[in-house]
Write a protein that binds this ligand. Structure first.
Ligand code: SF4
Ligand code: SF4
Length: 427
């Protein structure tokens, strides 16, 4: 049975915090708020006091523990590799257990655990969106006209699709003999908001001859529920997805969403021995494409005369697991692209699962900094590998009135593939 770790199980890692403060310079929330309770050191000390029974779950403690993006930037810079993101997530589970979920957390748990309800809400939202949103130019999203529950007026969101991606495609697309079989874990972002990214995924892998399986009944990876502290929902979704995976024979489970990659490849394997194989089975799309020799194929294409200046944003769930070179290698070899590195490409965009709902003001400040780095790079497009990052980055750019548009790298990739080589089978 799937089981997430209790806060007490992190005691050893918590004790390894030597209070050096090296994490302060790398925490986006501390950078925006400049308060000790916002940084890893403060949160780890709070969790230590909780375990020792010296602190109650109230007021300032709840507020400080909610002020974390779970981005992992602090761990990457910590001399003792204290996993503050995991510790804070465990503390939120403790809070939810003792005090119940927040009203938004209850909503997250109710929707994510019921795929049929999610489908219904997404389709209804798509149909009603012209009432609530104004369309922004250059396909840069929709802007909310009025404040809505948990959403501030003026926020940019992507349109919800009337026909989810998984309803458009067959469950199996046969490839060439001798090529890998890939199970495509689409995640909710691609299924409901960015179906074109799903189509680009298929086209890229068909170009390389892979067989692709797209299980219709795969569930959400559960990351928003991790952020909300909804343990039972995460555990239930993990079991549901494992049961789906067990029906197929495949070489890899592949994601084109960094959050799904983090959920399936890092969080699930910690929930019990039956999930352990996922730590090696789950691959990010760009890692697989590089392994299949795509960079060399792209390098052989003639350079376009007119090229677009593009920069890259590292999603936290890829950066913290060492995936930074592969997408850049693809970008550098795209014939229609001039790749330019932005300053602080690895800093969190400020979304942080449910964080941007609870703390939109801070989230906007973090997004504004990122929008400044994007503007300074002079890029016309920002590419990334996470629907959540696309949504948050575009919101930041729009608030800063920057000209850049945010896209998934797969969309740029398929635009470069020779015509007719990748057959789309979506309808
Ligand atoms: S860098 Fe690590 S050890 Fe130092 S204060 Fe931050 S969490 Fe603690
Ligand atoms: S996980 Fe991110 S937001 Fe949370 S304390 Fe660490 S650096 Fe700050």
């Amino acid at each position: 049975m799937a089981k997430l770790k209790e806060l007490e199980e992190y005691r050893e890692q918590i004790d390894q915090c030597v209070k050096c403060g090296a994490c302060r310079a790398h925490c986006p929330v501390f950078g925006a708020e400049r308060r000790e309770g916002r940084v890893a050191r403060g949160k780890v000390a709070m969790c230590q006091s909780l375990i020792e029974g010296k602190l109650d779950l109230e007021g300032k403690v709840l507020e400080d523990l909610s002020q974390c993006l779970l981005c992992g930037s602090c761990e990457a810079q910590c001399p003792n590799k204290v996993p503050t993101d995991e510790i804070v997530a465990a503390a939120r589970r403790r809070i939810a257990e003792e005090r119940g979920l927040s009203s938004f957390g209850k909503g997250v748990a109710a929707v994510l655990g019921r795929p049929k309800l999610m489908n219904f809400l997404a389709k209804s939202g798509g149909a009603l969106s012209p009432l609530f949103f104004e369309k922004l130019p250059e396909n840069s999203g929709l802007r909310l006209r009025f404040p809505a529950p948990y959403l501030e007026a003026g926020r940019t969101l992507p349109p919800l699709t009337a026909k989810p991606f998984r309803e458009r495609v067959p469950e199996r697309i046969e490839g060439a003999p001798g090529k890998p079989t890939v199970l495509f874990f689409t995640g909710c972002g691609i299924n409901y908001m960015y179906p074109a990214v799903g189509e680009a995924f298929l086209k890229a892998l068909q170009f390389l001859g892979a067989t692709i399986i797209i299980p219709k009944d795969q569930a959400c990876c559960g990351l928003p529920a991790v952020s909300a502290g909804a343990a039972a929902t995460v555990e239930g979704l993990a079991e549901q997805n494992l049961a789906v995976f067990s029906r197929y024979r495949y070489d890899y489970i592949v994601t084109a969403c960094a959050s799904c990659y983090g959920g399936l490849g890092k969080i699930y394997p910690e929930m019990g021995a039956e999930f352990a194989p996922l730590s090696t089975q789950v691959k990010d799309i760009f890692v697989l494409l590089i392994e299949l020799g795509l960079a060399e194929k792209l390098a052989a294409l003639p350079k376009a005369e007119k090229r677009t200046r593009v920069t890259w944003h590292d999603p936290c769930h890829l950066r913290t697991r060492g995936i930074t070179k592969e997408p850049r290698l693809i970008l550098k070899n795209l014939p229609q692209i001039d790749f330019v590195e932005m300053q602080n490409a690895g800093i969190c965009c400020g979304l942080g699962g449910t964080y941007s709902v609870y703390h939109y003001d801070t989230s906007k400040k973090i997004g504004a900094k990122k929008a400044g780095y994007i503007a300074a790079s002079g890029a016309e497009l920002v590419a990334t590998d996470c629907p959540g990052c696309i949504m948050q980055l575009q919101d930041g750019v729009n608030h800063a009135q920057g000209p850049a548009r945010v896209v998934h790298l797969l969309e740029l990739l398929v635009a470069a593939l020779p015509e007719g080589e990748g057959k789309l089978t979506t309808g």
